[in-house]
Design a protein around this ligand. Structure first.
Ligand SMILES: Nc1nc2c(ncn2[C@@H]2O[C@H](COP(=O)(O)OP(=O)(O)OP(=O)(O)O)[C@@H](O)[C@H]2O)c(=O)[nH]1
Ligand SMILES: [Mg+2]
Ligand SMILES: [Zn+2]
Length: 340
């Protein structure tokens, strides 16, 4: 059976209690899960999950069982995109309702430090192939620091990054296009677009066709507008730009995965308020900046942090414009926020 190796008998230490469904606390997690249904979480609601059964594509509303077997000790139990094992809930009045008992190991993930608890990981979406970093050039203003931070998260989560700059109808993009040269040099697929004016969309769509992409970005940049454009109707609510105040307005509040009409999948996510990296130390950060890698072994001090030391090859490369000044600012900015 598909993915069977991931559903061996649950190990005791990995069995965690779920917060959402304590009432059905089981004495033991089930030992034989072969008869369970296999599915993928396609939507995370505040109290339950929409799970698509793998074989039939039937949708079920599932709660987390009282105890769930999961290989992820430090993160949220269930994320959008997770492969799960579930049973039908026979006590439920509706047939399309189930209980999730197991979560499979995540192959890739978009994750950050849980804003509510610095000791925990918050996985926003799991098992996607690509990460679409979605920004607007203005309203809200482009944030290069955030792009670089999310690029590090892509590297950590084994996701292929794509960068998309929306709302180019608001500026003369040719004038400012060189501010993105560092990403072009890194060979990251780069798409300046305007959803409103339908500029650059064909190129973006042909790139994401047949891929499994999660979109991430600040609130108000136009993520849901893009999804609606793809479907040609309002599948996701969007907020009028005149209502948008720059902070605190979040139109999309749940993570939701869509099968797109031209092939492939797109996962819409709520706008980010903050994005702190999870599970990266100060000394490994430079390795997550691919444009720094060729310089880091030539520094005068073996333990160079590339922040202040004399004879630092990374700083020298910045001075000679071989490393982008903005990328280096992002490195310093992230470095400051990390634990030793
Ligand atoms: N000028 C301009 N406005 C746009 C463009 N695309 C989207 N907008 C507007 O930007 C505003 C926010 O769009 P949304 O699609 O709701 O943004 P979002 O990223 O989904 O926001 P959250 O759900 O809060 O994360 C809306 O008023 C859109 O009409 C564009 O290409 N140009
Ligand atoms: Mg949205
Ligand atoms: Zn150095």
């Amino acid at each position: 059976m598909k993915n069977k190796q991931n559903f061996d008998e649950p190990k005791k230490e990995y069995i965690r209690k779920s917060k959402t469904f304590r009432k059905t606390l089981l004495k033991d997690a089930p030992k034989n899960v072969d008869n369970f249904l296999q599915g993928r979480v396609i939507e995370v609601k505040p109290k339950y999950y929409i799970v698509e059964q793998l074989e039939t594509k039937t949708l079920f509303s599932c709660f987390a069982a009282g105890r769930i077997s999961s290989p992820h000790k430090f993160s949220n139990l269930i994320a959008c995109g997770d492969y799960v094992r579930f049973t039908l809930d026979e006590s439920s009045a509706t047939e399309q309702s189930g209980l999730i008992f197991q979560v499979e190991e995540r192959r890739t993930k978009l994750s950050r430090r849980d804003p509510a608890n610095p000791n925990r990981e918050h996985v926003i979406s799991a098992n996607n192939s690509h990460l679409l970093i979605f920004m607007s050039i203005d309203e809200p203003l482009i944030n290069l620091r955030l792009i670089d931070r999310i690029l590090v998260a892509a590297e950590l989560g084994k996701l292929e990054p794509i960068i998309c700059i929306n709302k180019i109808d608001l500026v003369d993009f040719d004038e400012i296009s060189d501010m993105f040269d560092a990403y072009r040099e890194l060979k990251i697929p780069f798409f300046p677009i305007s959803v409103a004016e339908e500029i650059g969309l064909a190129e973006l769509y042909s790139f994401i066709k047949d891929k499994d992409t999660v979109i991430v970005g600040m609130s108000g940049v136009g993520k849901s507008s893009l999804i609606n454009n793809i479907f040609g109707c309002e599948v996701q609510r969007i907020a009028d730009v005149s209502e948008w105040s720059g902070k605190g307005r979040h139109t999309t509040s749940i993570v939701r995965r869509f099968e797109v009409p031209f092939g492939g999948y797109l996962t819409d996510t709520p706008g980010l308020r903050e994005f702190a990296l999870w599970d990266v130390s100060k000394d490994e950060l430079c390795l997550l900046f691919p444009d720094f890698r060729q310089y880091i072994n030539d520094c005068k001090f073996a333990a160079c942090t590339h922040t202040h030391e004399p004879g630092c090859s990374v700083k020298l490369a910045v001075d000679k414009n071989k490393i982008s000044f903005e990328r280096y600012q992002s490195y310093l900015n992230i470095y400051d926020t990390l634990d030793e």
